[in-house]
Design a protein around this ligand. Structure first.
Ligand SMILES: [Ca+2]
Length: 330
């Protein structure tokens, strides 16, 4: 019982009262946003809600299946001089002073997950999902702490339906790194090497993150490929929510020429990821979460790097030109 009540994201269910208001008894005014008032009972007035002497306002609510010993008093009732307003509320009540966008309860359509056992959350196919009015959303969380609003339109009642969250595997840059996957000739480097040298060891460093609040409890593998051959397979038994793993692998030295490095994770589809489809579509094979890096090793063995090689070429050409000039002079 309250003199003036304001309720948000509240479940009032399975209560009983004597004379007034099985779920809510407001002596003066009542304002409620996203409240579920169900299966309450009263002996006389207002099985769900009773507003005695003021205005009762119900926004995006569910008010139904309440009962009274008096047939007319099941869901809502008001005292003389009180008013009852509702916006986008799922109810069987029809005597509102003013109602906008109310939804008619259908007992043959799904509504709650398991009302018999006290679970008044909403299944995906509930008649209360995505039918509210976002103009009357006053909280960014529902009764369980889930996001309000999910899927663009607010649901009715205390619970917002949302798909079960999934794990989300990503290559992410660790603190201080400039990429989630990089190739370098320095095992301690934090950025991709700009120049590659003959006869030098190369390292691949990568970091994968479970960028979700759902732990991965099944094992999966990450593989490193050089020129499409597997050079290392990492078996990862699990990955906690928000957890990251860093790997550094010495690939040894490369022969002169172009080489392709590829790192994949979960190519066996053992993790059900929320972003899997998007990442798969981006990948070359259509199957792996992957990131490819092309490493160019200078073609002329014996010269330290591309810049040195280019300078040498320029020098050779200048000398050749000078020799040609000398010959013409003779
Ligand atoms: Ca929704």
């Amino acid at each position: 019982m309250a003199v003036n009540a304001e309720l948000v994201d509240t479940l009032l269910a399975d209560n009983t009262a004597g004379s007034y208001g099985g779920g809510i008894y407001a002596i003066n005014s009542l304002k409620s946003w996203n409240c579920t008032v169900v299966n309450n009972s009263v002996t006389y007035f207002g099985g769900g809600i009773y507003v005695e002497n003021g205005s009762g306002e119900v926004y995006n609510g569910i008010v139904l299946l309440n009962s009274s010993n008096r047939a007319s008093g099941a869901d809502l009732e008001k005292g003389t001089g009180s008013t009852l307003y509702s916006v986008n509320t799922l109810t069987s009540y029809t005597k509102w002073t003013q109602a906008t966008g109310n939804k008619t309860y259908s007992p043959t359509k799904p509504l709650f997950t398991d009302a018999e056992n006290g679970d008044y959350s909403l299944p995906a196919n509930s008649q209360a999902v995505d039918v509210g009015d976002n103009a009357y959303v006053v909280s960014n969380r529902d009764i369980t702490g889930n996001t309000r609003v999910y899927n663009s339109v607010v649901d009715l009642g205390a619970y917002e339906y949302m798909l079960a969250p999934k794990a989300n595997l990503l290559f992410t840059a660790p603190l201080g790194w400039d990429a989630g996957v990089m190739m370098t000739s320095d095992a301690s480097a934090t950025s991709d090497a700009g120049t590659y040298k003959i006869g030098q060891d190369y390292y691949v460093r990568f970091n994968m993150t479970n960028a979700s609040n759902v732990p991965i409890n099944n094992s999966f593998v990450a593989r490193v490929f050089v020129d499409d051959g597997v050079v290392k397979t990492y078996s990862i038994p699990s990955l906690a929510a928000d957890a990251s793993l860093d790997y550094t692998l010495n690939l040894g030295s490369f022969a002169a020429g172009a080489h392709t490095l590829r790192v994949t994770v979960d190519s066996g589809n053992s993790v059900d990821e929320s972003n899997e489809k998007a990442l798969k579509n981006r990948s070359a094979s259509g199957e792996d979460l992957e990131k490819g890096i092309r490493a160019m090793v200078p073609a002329a063995a014996g010269y330290a790097d591309e810049e040195e090689f280019a300078a040498l070429l320029k020098d050779i050409l200048l000398r050749a030109a000078a020799m040609a000039d000398e010959r013409r002079a003779i």
